[in-house]
Design a protein around this ligand. Structure first.
Ligand SMILES: Nc1ncnc2c1ncn2[C@@H]1O[C@H](COP(=O)(O)OP(=O)(O)OP(=O)(O)O)[C@@H](O)[C@H]1O
Ligand SMILES: [Mg+2]
Length: 244
């Protein structure tokens, strides 16, 4: 099917500290890919470079066959949607107003955005809440709105940075359903997580980071077989310990 994202020898050095250390991996089109790692291993920094928010110190990222260096000249990576860990919508706007605001930010013409927003509201099950203030939503609804705001331009590749951290089990499952729906709709999905149950449930392939490096990658099945362990939880712990 071809690569959606190709990361080559990507590094980030901040104040002489190596945050990301020459990592390489590829994500195929239509795949759900998990970038896993303990706190501080460099996942968010990698994501920020992959989505064009942060300039790499060296190496490159290709998104849909076009390198970020080339893309810099043409103004960003419109095929990517980045769902950040912190909510990025405005509490004082309604659900609909938030989506209209983000559609405007992405430069979507009003005619197109009206239909897109209505479709998206259905997808994230917030149609009945479209005129409610964002501040009045439940935790799960807020998470779904946060996702919708980053998907309003219908990106081909979706990045989610720890989409379920700190959520209760019901809301986590709602987010899983949404990720599965996006996958079914043909999107390429790349997300970070600490939760191995989530990884087993959702990921076709994973890469495990430790201290800025990728210590192993592959399908969960392949990794379990390779390390002779039955659970991804144990594979993760084994690789992190070995990486120390
Ligand atoms: N702008 C910065 N200046 C200095 N250090 C930074 C900067 N950005 C990140 N770091 C450091 O780089 C390391 C990796 O950070 P990053 O946020 O990428 O990790 P992470 O894997 O996303 O962690 P978490 O699981 O906690 O979200 C951390 O030690 C962090 O303190
Ligand atoms: Mg992070």
């Amino acid at each position: 099917m071809g690569h959606a994202v190709k990361v080559s020898q990507l590094s980030k050095v901040i104040k002489e500290k190596i945050i990301v250390d020459r990592i390489s991996f590829t994500v195929e089109k239509g795949e759900v890919f998990g970038l896993l790692g303990a706190n501080g291993s460099g996942k968010t920094t990698t994501f920020n470079m992959m989505s064009g928010l942060l300039a790499p110190s060296s190496g490159d990222v290709e998104v849909l066959g076009k390198s970020l260096r080339e893309r810099k000249k043409s103004g960003g990576v419109p095929e990517v949607g980045m769902v950040t860990q912190q909510d990025s919508f405005y509490e004082t706007l309604t659900v609909q107003e938030n989506l209209e605001f983000f559609a405007g930010q992405f430069g979507i013409p009003e005619k197109v955005s009206r239909e897109r927003i209505s479709e998206l509201l259905k997808q994230v099950k917030l149609t009945v809440k479209k005129d409610a203030l964002a501040s009045s939503l439940s935790g799960g609804m807020k998470k779904r709105l946060n996702m919708a705001c980053s998907l309003v331009h219908d990106p081909i590749v979706v990045f989610l940075d720890e989409p379920t951290v700190g959520l209760d089990p019901v809301v986590r499952k709602e987010i899983w359903m949404l990720i599965k729906d996006l996958h079914k709709a043909g999107k390429t999905i790349i997300f970070t997580s600490h939760y191995m149950d989530e990884v087993e449930e959702l990921c076709d392939k994973v890469a495990i980071m430790f201290a800025g490096r990728i210590v192993d990658s592959g399908t969960p099945e392949k990794l379990k077989k390779k390390h002779k362990l039955n659970q991804m939880e144990d594979v993760f712990a084994h690789l992190i310990k070995r990486g120390v």
